[in-house]
Design a protein around this ligand. Structure first.
Ligand code: M6R
Length: 616
């Protein structure tokens, strides 16, 4: 959840670390800090608040900051309120070590009691400070820092990425990970460790993906990797990253979120590139050739969190109707603890933009324990999901920086649509020429969406101002639009903090309709698909109770179809089901984006959220 960057090289470390932290701010932003060793002493500068507060504090410091090695941390609080004392880095009681940490040490209370009995006292409420003093304690009876670090790590239960520096080795950085991301960057005369490649990508494209239980020690000119169990040296491949750092910047847009919404045509092009047979006869998914269960699963179970879960919900009906495969969708945090009954012929699909979501990774372990095959749908190359799932399909949406997920969902929906087509093709579910027509329409979608987006943005502004005047909003839809309603409500609440709920439109009359009054807005998603007539009737029930309605639907040539019952109507550009969803989705994203900016909210970093939820 937190962001970590460490540097060891020949340049001044502080500016490099602060620059890295800027790129990591999406991972947590309630406090930040840096540590470096200078003239035989570890210096720590930290502060609550966003990174700019730390930058100001560093600028105001009279410390010459000559160190060429150090580390930084941007925090998303798990233990203790976000204040100065709880901010990272932490300094050991004797000042000999500094530690930053992403994750949770589950048995820290037990370790704390043990250390307290030995006379240690703690300044902060954090589990991190406890582990740090355990390292210091173990150092007294260990031949070196590496061994002390290893012994402490072996004691720690939970999930963590840890980076340690030592007063006695001013050029060395030690790091390890378990169920939390950490990568190393290999430069010329400089090396890095970070939660995310983007933090050091402007310095080096050479990367080592650390496995669970790896301990790395870097200095300016060396890196060594050891296994935590026995400190045996481990050989790691150095990989070359092709990403463009520019794609991780705002590119002229006011916010990353807006940029990412506008990147969706590109995302669709990437998702489709090389995936459609040249003669339009079928879908090409070479990843699926690995095993028979991928080609012909008996059932599909999709497990994910948040927006990625909504992608699964959206696709489940397509996987059944087109693919001919029974499909259920579950929230990962529930799935992991409910001892699910999984059949051996069941394919478990884990969807995650980051590939680091703790609950989704735990769900993957459950699937493995049940001997089920797993397929990961993931955006981040080299992430934990990418490495641990049996098979991985990358969604190729490019770096998503805004905490609110937008383009990643578009890419997930596109890949899931292709999967449904792929299975349907193998099960003979399509009539002659049907798949060809669908693929042609899908392939035309990126250009079509690109043309519509500027107008959608303009239209969203007016609807957003009215939406922002409400404290309560329902999003209603049926079928796939119910999943989009859930996404619309999630986006509105996480960005604008307006209370928003989604319901299957047919459920309204079973209770929720009691809430309808002139101050409760209903946003009705009623495109002209197979559910239109029924959904239309459900919305009339809201209108009959004086509930204000924003109808999102296509223009109709039928004069009997009136929208005079709606206070506002917003027209979806014409397309066929299910491709309409790829147009409806950015409309909902833009509505929330505009409502949040109108209300002056922090769009890219909404309160209380983190981009990558690596704790359960
Ligand atoms: O990285 P993941 O796709 O696994 O993340 C899942 C959720 O944490 C994420 O979608 C979250 O709901 C976002 N805030 C949605 O905008």
């Amino acid at each position: 959840m937190c962001g970590i960057i460490a540097y060891s090289g020949h340049q001044a470390a502080t500016p490099i670390i602060l620059d890295g932290l800027r790129r990591l701010a999406y991972r947590g932003y309630d406090s930040a800090g840096i540590a470096f060793t200078q003239r035989g002493e570890i210096h720590v500068i930290k502060t609550p608040g966003k990174l700019e507060a730390l930058v100001d504090k560093v600028a105001a410091s009279d410390n010459p900051m000559l160190a060429t090695c150090g580390m930084g941390h941007t925090r998303w609080a798990t233990h203790g309120v976000p204040n100065q004392v709880n901010a990272h880095p932490h300094l050991s009681s004797g000042g000999e070590f500094a530690l930053v940490h992403n994750g949770i040490i589950e048995n820290y209370r037990e370790i704390k009691a043990e250390l307290t009995a030995k006379g240690y006292t703690f300044l902060s409420e954090t589990d991190t400070e406890v582990l740090l003093d355990l390292i210091a304690e173990y150092r007294k009876s260990s031949p070196d820092t590496l061994t002390a670090f290893q012994r402490a790590v072996l004691r720690a239960d939970g999930a963590y990425a840890l980076v340690l520096t030592s007063r006695d080795e001013p050029e060395a950085v030690y790091a390890t990970r378990k169920n939390a991301p950490l990568v190393a960057g290999v430069g010329v005369g400089e090396n890095f460790v970070s939660s995310d490649i983007t933090a050091f990508l402007s310095h080096t494209r050479k990367v080592i993906f650390l496995d669970e239980g790896d301990i790395i020690r870097i200095t300016p000119d060396t890196y060594q990797v050891f296994r935590v169990e026995d400190l045996a040296p481990a050989t790691k491949a150095v990989q070359h990253i092709e990403w463009d750092i520019q794609s991780a910047r705002k590119g002229g847009y006011k916010h990353f979120m807006l940029k990412e919404i506008f990147e969706q045509p590109l995302v669709l092009r990437s998702a489709l590139a090389g995936r459609i047979a040249p003669d339009w006869s079928g879908v090409l998914l070479p990843e699926m050739n690995e095993r028979e269960i991928l080609r012909r699963p008996g059932r599909v179970r999709i497990v994910a969190c948040g927006t990625s879960y909504n992608a699964g919900l959206w696709a489940s009906s397509l996987i059944e109707t087109w693919g001919g495969v029974p499909c259920s969708v579950e929230i990962a945090s529930e799935f992991r603890y409910r001892k699910p009954l999984l059949e051996r012929d069941e394919l478990v699909i884990l969807i995650s933009q980051s590939g680091e979501t703790a609950d989704t990774l735990a769900a993957l372990k459950v699937a493995r324990e049940c001997d089920c095959s797993s397929l990961g749908l993931c955006n981040v190359v080299g992430s934990s999901l990418a490495r641990e799932a049996d098979t991985i399909i990358y969604t190729q949406a490019g770096p998503e920086i805004s905490v609110a997920s937008t383009k990643a969902l578009c890419s997930q929906m596109a890949l899931l649509t292709l999967l449904a087509m792929y299975w349907g093709e193998r099960r003979g579910r399509f009539a002659a020429g049907e798949l060809k027509t669908l693929l042609a329409e899908f392939a035309a979608l990126p250009d079509y969406l690109e043309k519509q987006l500027p107008q959608m943005l303009e239209e969203a502004k007016g609807f957003a101002v009215r939406t922002a005047s409400f404290h309560n909003v329902f999003f209603l839809g049926r079928g796939r639009n119910c999943a989009l309603a859930m996404e619309g409500a999630l986006k509105l609440k996480e960005l604008s903090y307006i209370h928003a709920e989604a319901y299957a439109a047919g459920e309204m009359k079973h209770g929720p309709i009691a809430l309808i009054n002139p101050d409760f807005l209903t946003i009705a998603l009623i495109p002209h698909d197979g559910h239109y007539a029924k959904a239309y009737s459900n919305i009339q029930e809201v209108a009959a109770r004086s509930g204000p309605i924003m109808a999102i639907t296509e223009k109709s040539d039928d004069p009997s179809v009136t929208l005079d019952w709606a206070e506002m109507y917003w027209h979806i550009p014409a397309a066929n089901d299910p491709f309409t969803s790829f147009l409806l989705l950015p409309m909902l994203q833009l509505l929330s984006y505009e409502a949040a900016t109108y209300l002056g909210k922090d769009v890219d970093q909404p309160r209380n959220l983190a981009k990558s939820v690596t704790v359960e």
